[in-house]
Design a protein around this ligand. Structure first.
Ligand code: HEM
Length: 455
C-alpha cells in the first residue's frame, strides 16, 4: 500500500510568553522582534491560545481571500470590543454588518466625499490664518491638528461649527483617553479573556468614563437632528434606504455608527498628519521637494483632480502611512481549518496581520526604516509586485470605509499649510502605546512663513 504524504505542512508552534505580555504595551515592537526571530509566519502559543502572526503580503492576500469565503471572521472579539464599538461596522456580526455596510458605502465613495471638500478647505484655512497671526516661532503641531480634525468632523458629521459646542476641547481629551485605553482592553481580552485588565483598574475606570461621555454627546446630537434634518452625514445616514431591500438604519445602530465614525475619523487622521509634519520637519530635503511641487501648483483650486497632480506630496503621505500605519495590526479568527503558505492552520487559531512589520519588511522595501517617498515613485519594486505590501487602510471585506474621506482631508490640510509655511525639528519622536500608532509626545515644530518667491 502506498502511503501518500499530505501536501499540507504543519507549522512548528513557538511557545511565546514575554512577547505576548510586551504586546500589551508595545505591540508593534513585540511583533517586529517575533518575526525577526522566527520568520514571516509564526505560530505562537500562549497557554491554550494559538496565534498565527503574518507579515508576508502573499500570506495576507491568502487570509483576505479565505475571509471572503467565510473561513475566518471577526466575531471572537465581539464581547471585548462591545464596550466601545458596540454593533457598529467595527464589531457587528455578519448579517448586521452586511446590511449596514451596504447602506453606508454609497455615502463614502470618492464622488460622495467631494461634497465635504469645501468644509475641509474652510477649516484648514482657519488654522492657516491662526498660524499666520501667531508671533511664536514654535508651534504645538499636534494640538493644532487635533483641533482642526475635530472641527472638520463636527462640521461634516453634525453639520455645525465646533465653536457652537461648549467645552469642545474636552471631547479631544475623550478621544485621547479611549485611544490609549482600548489597546490594553483588546490585548488582555485576546490573551487572557480580559482577566489581566483587573490589574489596571485606573485605566479601566478612565476608559469607561470616556466611553460614556462620548456616547452621551452623540446621543444628544442625534436627538437634535431628529428635530431638524440637515445635509450633514448624520442626516444622510438617517435618511439612507437600501434600494433593493428597503432597509433603513435602526436607531440604536445609528448611535453606534456615529460614535465610531466620530472616533475612527479623528484618531487615525490626527496621528497620520502629526507624523507627516514631524517627518517633513526632520527631513528638510524631502520637505523642500514637497514644497516645490506644491508651489508649482499654488494657484490651483484644491479639487480631487488638481490634488492628483501632486505626485511627490502624495508619495510622502503614503510613505508616512507606510512607516506609521495608524492600525499596526488586524486580527481575525479561523472558524474552519485554513491554509496559509502551504501550512494547515487549525480552526480556532487567532490570525494577526502584522501590518506594521509588512510595511518595514527588509525584503520588500529599499530603505525599510527610512522616510523615503521614492518608494512610491518607483512602485514596481513593491506595491505593484505585491497587492498587500502597503495596506494602511486594510483590505478585503472590512477595508476602511473612510479611506477617500481621509485621503482628501489630509491632502487638503497638507497643501493649505505648506503653501504658507515651512516646518523644522531636531526632536526624535518614537511610537507610543495606543490602539493607533501615535507619537509618544506632542509634535513641536519651528515654523516659518514661506518666502513669497518660493517655487
Ligand atoms: C489615515 C486615516 C485612516 C486609516 C489609516 C484607516 C485605517 C483603517 C483600517 C486599517 C481599517 C480596517 C480594519 C480591519 O480590517 O479590521 C479601517 C476600517 C474602518 N475605517 Fe478607517 N482609517 C482611516 C480613516 C478613517 C476615516 C476618516 C473614517 C470615517 C470617516 C474611517 C472609518 C472606518 C470604518 C467605518 C471602518 C470599518 C469598516 C468595516 O469593518 O466595514 N476610517 N480603517
Amino acid at each position: 500500500m502506498v502511503v501518500l504524504s499530505s501536501p499540507i505542512k504543519q507549522l512548528k508552534e513557538q511557545l511565546i510568553i514575554a512577547p505576548f505580555l510586551r504586546s500589551i504595551r508595545k505591540p508593534h515592537l513585540a511583533l517586529s522582534a517575533l518575526h525577526q526571530k522566527h520568520g514571516d509566519l509564526v505560530l505562537a502559543s500562549f497557554f491554550t491560545k494559538k496565534m498565527l502572526c503574518i507579515c508576508h503580503p502573499d500570506h495576507v492576500e491568502e487570509i483576505y481571500i479565505q475571509e471572503a469565503k467565510g473561513l475566518l471572521n471577526r466575531d471572537f472579539l465581539y464581547e471585548a470590543k462591545k464596550s466601545f464599538f458596540a454593533d457598529s461596522l467595527f464589531n457587528s456580526k455578519a448579517e448586521t454588518w452586511v446590511k449596514q455596510r451596504r447602506l453606508m458605502q454609497p455615502l463614502f465613495t470618492r464622488e460622495a466625499i467631494s461634497q465635504w471638500q469645501n468644509i475641509f478647505i474652510n477649516e484648514a484655512e482657519i488654522t492657516r490664518e491662526k498660524l499666520k497671526a501667531t508671533t511664536a516661532t514654535e508651534i504645538n503641531l499636534s494640538c493644532e491638528i487635533k483641533k482642526l480634525v475635530q472641527r472638520i468632523i463636527i462640521k461634516t458629521l453634525l453639520g455645525r461649527s465646533a465653536d457652537t459646542i461648549p467645552n469642545n476641547e474636552a471631547l479631544i481629551q475623550t478621544i485621547d483617553v479611549i485611544s490609549q485605553c482600548l489597546l490594553p482592553q483588546l490585548v488582555t481580552q485576546i490573551i487572557s479573556n480580559g482577566k489581566l485588565m483587573w490589574f489596571m483598574p485606573i485605566k479601566k475606570w478612565q476608559y469607561q468614563k470616556a466611553v460614556l461621555k462620548l456616547a452621551d454627546f452623540i446621543s444628544q446630537e442625534i436627538a437634535l437632528k431628529r428635530e431638524h434634518l440637515g445635509h450633514d452625514l448624520i442626516s444622510q445616514m438617517m435618511q439612507a434606504t437600501d434600494s433593493k431591500s428597503g432597509y433603513t438604519m435602526p436607531q440604536e445602530l445609528l448611535q453606534d455608527e456615529m460614535v465610531n465614525l466620530f472616533f475612527a475619523s479623528q484618531d487615525t487622521t490626527i496621528n497620520t498628519l502629526a507624523w507627516f509634519f514631524y517627518l517633513l520637519g526632520k527631513n528638510q530635503a524631502v520637505h523642500n521637494k514637497v514644497t516645490a511641487e506644491i508651489m508649482k501648483f499654488r494657484d490651483d483650486a484644491l479639487t480631487t483632480a488638481n490634488l492628483e497632480k501632486l505626485v511627490y506630496t502624495k508619495a510622502a503621505l503614503n510613505e508616512t502611512l507606510r512607516l506609521y500605519p495608524p492600525s499596526g495590526g488586524i486580527t481575525s479568527l479561523a472558524v474552519e481549518d485554513i491554509t496559509v503558505g502551504g501550512y494547515n492552520i487549525k480552526k480556532g487559531t487567532t490570525i494577526l496581520l502584522s501590518l506594521f512589520v509588512t510595511h518595514r519588511h527588509s525584503a520588500l522595501w529599499e530603505c525599510p526604516n527610512e522616510f523615503y517617498p521614492e518608494h512610491f515613485i518607483n512602485p514596481q519594486l513593491t506595491t505593484e509586485l505585491y497587492k498587500y505590501a502597503f495596506y494602511p487602510f486594510g483590505g478585503g471585506l472590512h477595508n476602511c470605509l473612510g479611506r477617500h474621506f481621509a485621503e482628501l482631508e489630509m491632502m487638503i490640510v497638507i497643501v493649505t499649510l505648506l503653501r504658507e509655511f515651512t516646518f523644522k525639528t531636531d526632536d526624535t519622536i518614537k511610537e507610543a502605546a495606543s490602539i493607533t500608532l501615535k507619537p509618544d509626545r506632542d509634535v513641536i515644530l519651528s515654523i516659518k512663513p514661506l518666502g513669497k518667491n518660493a517655487n
